[in-house]
Design a protein around this ligand. Sequence first.
Ligand SMILES: *Cc1c(COP(=O)(O)O)cnc(C)c1O
Length: 397
Amino acid sequence: MTSALLPTYARAKVSFERGEGAWLVARDGSRYLDFGAGIAVNGLGHAHPHLVAALTEQAQKVWHVSNLFEIPEGERFGRRLVDATFADVAFFANSGAEANEAAIKMARKYHAAGGHPERFRVITFEGAFHGRTLATIAAGGQQKYIDGFGPKVDGFDQVPYGDLDALKAAITPETAALMIEPIQGEGGVRVVAPEWLRTLRRVADEHGLLLILDEVQSGVGRTGKLFAYEWSGITPDILSAAKGIGGGFPLGVCLATAEAARGMTAGSHGTTFGGNPLAMAVGNAVLDVVLAPGFLERVRETGLLLKQRLAALKDRHPGVIGEIRGEGLMMGLRLEVPNTEFAAAARDAHLIVIPAGDNVVRLLPPLIVGEAEVGEAVKRLEAAAATFETAARGAAE
Ligand SMILES: *Cc1c(COP(=O)(O)O)cnc(C)c1O
């Protein structure tokens, strides 16, 4: 029977009934090790007891009241995010793209409030992904997402990553901000050198631009810090987060300094659902775990272990795995075989990994994994890699 759903996804032929930690259980009872975490979303794994308790407790009180009223859980969540980061204020949304829309609008409004409404353009970087709304596909600049959807939204200029001359040449009197992912996720787990982030900070300061970091994928503990920018020693003016911050509940946030947010006054932006009590209860519960003493340290340790095991795996299968990339528990394998075929072979070995650009598969396990899961994942990656070598030998004979 044909599906009643819009066919915008090529879905794998498997559906899951429940999850436990790093494992997903399919309808036929078979178990899959989940190193995709719903694309870096289920940071605490599936059915984490603390998150389940927070959600069900809040569900019995009040789900939604709108932003016409005070939401104490949101005040608390915002305060905790501000206290843990560079930011002074938070705006809650429901997704990464919406958090980025808030970030872009805020950067434009910052200059308008300073008497320069003509400064509205944002410079982004090749290979970027910032979401699927009309503005964020223009920001990401990927033709495959832009084509066929009418004129590209104006106000985005893209330059190659790491090219200071190109960056300087792209800055005009209309430029408002620079926007970058500290680690490109969809683009293929391309880690931006901390030195380049420091350069962007300096260039932004020299030209009166705001620096926006898209940490929708790299944030909330994924790299072993609460946010990936902490590795570079700089701070942004605006930061977007989503994916991991709700642990599976749709939630996004735009964080900013008070200065960057100076244009955002009552009525200037809004959302019906953003920051509702259910989302805020879950967000607070995620922070309870991620900010607990030792949690991020453990992510760093497990990330290092994963990186070492992957390097050894690459050495054993140089014809399949070309390069290991990433930071913490945001890792990528750049492949010598088609990445979608490799992801399918991993899935046949009951390991979930996620294809990305540049012929990469991403490993984005729940942050709660330990040595046992890492060992099991590498074993299954080994099985997936071996299928290509057997196939190659078969073809050669
Ligand atoms: C996933 C992602 C987005 C878009 O988030 P949605 O929740 O799908 O709108 C934006 N930026 C980055 C870096 C992402 O990884």
